[in-house]
Ligand binder design. Structure first.
Ligand code: ADP
Ligand code: MG
Length: 359
């Protein structure tokens, strides 16, 4: 069992700059967990603490049931893959992959077996004699993965391993890493700032902001049930409209009343007169003919982005620009008015002061 347990982990520099605050998290054995958040939120710091490359200021870190706070990186049974590959330029692909094992005085025949096996899995067998500069970006990234695989670690730590690749290769490597995990079934903690990577790769996703965990859940749950405005806006697109709660709905600017589902209204009523923020995903907007119940608005289309499969419509509502997803075959023109229906059963409500979701 190689679960990784973080218990109230904190990190500060010089006793003042708190970079990571009270992070508690259990990464299950064999799980693929994605740590996602904006640049500078502390993802690398947290991963480096797990790897042992950074000291832990407070809290307890356990790997496979053993407290490892003071354990040297090489004795933690982990392997880390970095964004910049960090391959040795003067060594061949084979030597790069073999290096870590050699340093551990692994027998030559065993090194040979392991490197060949990793090369086969990663489709590098025909490139073993090449130097890193003779490889493409994707191939280099595969060598970096290979170097981690040969160690046969209990836990893989990956820090934005695909960030240096172009968009197409990134998508391809995303699939490769996912299927690699299927085969190796090692506990993996994968760091990214890219929400698409997080949503498509993770069994579960941890959303980090300013060194604090915001939410830990499956990709679908964080999308459908974000706990606060940060998560709602970070995972996918969301329109936010501020308003004041009234007994029969939310009063938005322009004297517009937005009806709320009864349960939400009841719940919000208990917070009497508080400022509220409405969360509307672009797909909550429907054509007026749609049988789904909702509230219809007459809007003036400002801008259209045709994406082929769908189009994005931008229009002002209550003093803000709102975006709606729309079927591309429905005729719409810029500067013309359009009836749009909001599926009010789906809207999310947030407390304007705390930015927490009201459920
Ligand atoms: N040695 C250090 N001393 C002080 N602050 C640091 C040090 N290393 C990183 N930081 C700060 O920690 C924060 C988190 O950095 P990092 O973990 O690299 O974020 P991320 O990987 O999410 O982009 C940043 O604000 C960064 O400036
Ligand atoms: Mg980082």
């Amino acid at each position: 069992m190689a679960d990784v347990v973080l218990d109230q982990i904190s990190k500060s520099y010089d006793n003042q700059n708190t970079i990571i605050q009270d992070v508690s998290l259990t990464v299950k054995d064999r799980e693929f967990l994605v740590l996602v958040g904006p640049s500078g939120c502390g993802k690398s710091t947290l991963l480096r603490m797990i790897a042992g490359l950074e000291s832990i200021t407070n809290g307890t870190l356990s790997i496979a049931g053993r407290v490892v706070n003071e354990t040297a990186p090489k004795d933690r049974d982990i392997a880390m893959v970095f964004q910049n590959y960090a391959l040795y330029p003067h060594m061949s692909v084979y030597e790069n992959m073999a290096f870590g094992l050699k340093m551990r005085k692994t027998a030559k025949t065993e090194i040979e077996t392991k490197v060949q096996e990793a090369a086969r899995i990663l489709d590098l067998a025909h490139l073993l004699e090449r130097k890193p500069k003779q490889l493409s970006g994707g191939q280099r990234q595969r060598v970096a993965l290979g170097r981690a695989i040969v160690r046969n670690p209990k836990v893989f730590l990956m820090d934005e391993p695909l960030s240096n690749l172009d968009a197409k290769l990134r998508v391809q490597m995303r699939t490769e890493i996912a299927s690699l995990h299927q085969r190796l079934k090692a506990t993996t903690i994968y760091v990214t700032h890219d929400q698409v990577e997080a949503m498509t790769m993770g069994d579960r996703v941890v959303i980090l902001n300013k060194g604090k965990i915001q939410q830990v859940d499956t990709p679908l749950q964080v999308y459908q049930n974000p706990v606060n405005m940060f998560v709602a806006g970070f995972v996918g697109q969301m329109n936010f409209l501020a308003g004041i709660l009234e007994p029969d709905g939310l009063r938005l600017g322009d004297n517009m009343l937005m009806r709320l589902p009864q349960v939400l209204q009841n719940k919000a009523n208990q917070l009497n007169g508080r400022g509220m923020v409405l969360g509307i995903r672009p797909e909550y907007w429907l054509a007026p003919e749609d049988p789904q119940e909702g509230q219809t608005f007459e809007v003036c289309i400002q801008r259209i982005e045709m994406l082929g499969r769908e189009q994005l419509l931008y229009f002002p509502l209550s003093g803000q620009t709102v975006v709606a997803r729309w079927p591309s075959d429905l005729p719409v023109k810029e500067s013309e008015s359009l009836s749009v229906k909001l599926d009010t059963s789906k809207i999310l409500l947030f407390d304007a002061a705390t930015e927490d979701r009201i459920i």
